[in-house]
Write a protein that binds this ligand. Structure first.
Ligand SMILES: Cc1cc2nc3c(=O)[nH]c(=O)nc-3n(C[C@H](O)[C@H](O)[C@H](O)COP(=O)(O)OP(=O)(O)OC[C@H]3O[C@@H](n4cnc5c(N)ncnc54)[C@H](O)[C@@H]3O)c2cc1C
Length: 416
């Protein structure tokens, strides 16, 4: 260690570990709030903001058009309660205003997801790089933090992969997912606990003849749950080459991320392809069809919202021939069809990462963090923001919003 590093600090020295979404928001916030502070971001990779670059299919789903902190917090399977208060400090409207003040306009799509009007994540990266430079943030790439020592006088010594040891007044860890990260051990050595790290936001692999050849079809409002029991998720379901995906499936994967991991992704699910139509409603409709159009073919009465090819596949599955008329539909066949439509069972056998957005469930235990300052309750002056925490949202811009909010609070706390 260079003895010069032991000299007392004159300028407030802030070090941010990780040049991703949370790291940039934290560093810019701190540097703008206290221009006299020396704020440095250390990034282990060769480039900054690499996940922002690929996010949202290259468009960067920056946030979600949900401006009520309580409603917003309900989109986080982990961290919901803790984030509620933080969203009163910094929520999507603040994010929209922050970017607007820097010349970046965001637009909301019909489902609430917000993107830059350029539809390019590079716009967000350019904005961050310029804001960081303007605020005097020092940016270093290709250097990983290996270890952090907390000193008796309240400062820190950080040891980096290039052999550098640096002293700091405040440290914020924004290293992203801790899955397979050597930093996990360094964080544990500081006294923190790490909640088990498992994937969230994944599609289901379902090798099943009923889905074969139907890839690309989607149902706008389906309901899906785990058997024997889980809260239902509703919304679009997409048939893929490997099984099922789409917002309702991704939501189920997020809310039940731990259960899926415990069961090694071998899980039975039930889908109601007709969303809010119950088995009883459907039987009543079938009875009307029989009474009013007994001579017409079953296959021609495609239930609303169901793609014709999926309907024909389910008829085939239940052994209903293409020439069957409503008046000829037996009770057994009808029951089987109702079952396939409203309680269609599938065996999930594995998962596929969602290419638009995936995150890690698990991370630094939330009880150990003071969310008013995003500061460790164990080591004063040590802050955390972003995915390294046991916080994750469903897909739709909620993960970045958590990174902006926690980064904002951490950045301000480190200079106040
Ligand atoms: C394909 C994909 C698309 C996504 N799209 C969206 C989206 O559109 N909207 C949304 O809300 N969320 C999206 N997400 C999730 C979102 O990217 C993350 O929630 C977010 O990036 C978390 O920010 P972060 O700063 O905590 O972590 P990261 O963005 O992962 O940044 C952490 C940085 O720290 C660096 N680092 C790690 N360890 C060290 C170390 N020891 N020393 C120095 N540096 C280190 C890493 O190299 C990395 O650059 C997407 C995720 C993926 C994978």
């Amino acid at each position: 260690m260079n003895p010069e590093n032991k000299t007392p600090l004159t300028t407030r020295k802030i070090i941010v570990i990780g040049g991703g979404a949370a790291g940039f928001f934290t560093a810019i916030t701190a540097a703008e709030a206290d221009p006299s502070a020396e704020v440095t971001v250390y990034e282990k990779g060769n480039a900054f903001l690499t996940k922002v670059k690929i996010s949202g299919g290259g468009r960067c789903n920056v946030t979600h058009a949900c401006f009520d902190p309580v409603l917003l917090s309900k989109n986080y399977p982990r961290g919901s309660r803790e984030l509620r208060g933080t969203f009163h400090e910094w929520q999507p409207q603040d994010t929209v205003d922050w970017f607007a003040a820097r010349g970046v306009e965001l637009k909301a799509e019909a489902d609430g997801r917000m993107f830059p009007i350029t539809d390019s994540s590079q716009t967000i990266i350019d904005c961050f790089m310029k804001s960081a430079r303007d605020a005097g943030v020092i940016l270093k790439t290709g250097i990983a933090l290996d270890e952090v020592q907390s000193e008796p006088d309240g400062t820190f010594f950080l040891h980096f992969s290039n052999g550098e040891s640096v002293r700091a007044d405040k440290v914020c860890i924004t290293s992203g997912s801790l899955k397979s990260s050597p930093l996990t051990r360094a964080i544990e050595l500081l006294g923190h606990s790490i909640e088990p790290l498992v994937p969230s936001l994944f599609a289901f692999n379902i090798p099943d003849q009923r889905l074969e050849g139907l890839a690309g079809l989607s149902v706008q409002v389906a309901r899906v749950k785990i058997i024997p029991k889980s809260p239902e998720q509703s919304g679009p379901v997409l048939i893929t080459h490997r099984g099922l995906s789409g917002p309702a499936i991704l939501r189920l994967s997020a809310w039940e991320a731990r259960r899926f991991a415990e069961l090694d992704y071998a899980v039975e699910i039930s889908i109601n392809w007709l969303g809010n139509t119950s088995a009883e409603d459907l039987r009543a409709t079938f009875s009307d069809n029989r009474a009013e159009a007994g001579k017409s073919l079953v296959k021609n009465k495609v239930p609303t919202g169901l793609p014709r090819r999926l309907w024909e596949r389910l008829l085939e599955t239940t052994g209903i021939a293409t020439e069957t008329q409503w008046s000829q539909l037996t009770k057994d066949r009808e029951n089987a069809l109702v079952h396939q439509l409203t309680d269609c069972r599938f065996q999930v056998k594995g998962k596929t990462t969602n290419k638009d957005e995936f995150v890690t469930c698990g991370g630094v235990r939330l009880k150990e963090i003071d969310f008013r300052r995003m500061e460790s309750r164990i080591v004063s002056g040590l802050h955390f923001a972003g995915e390294c925490l046991d916080i994750d949202g469903i897909t739709g811009g909620f993960n970045f919003q958590a990174a902006w909010t926690c980064g904002r609070i951490a950045g301000l706390a480190m200079v106040h």
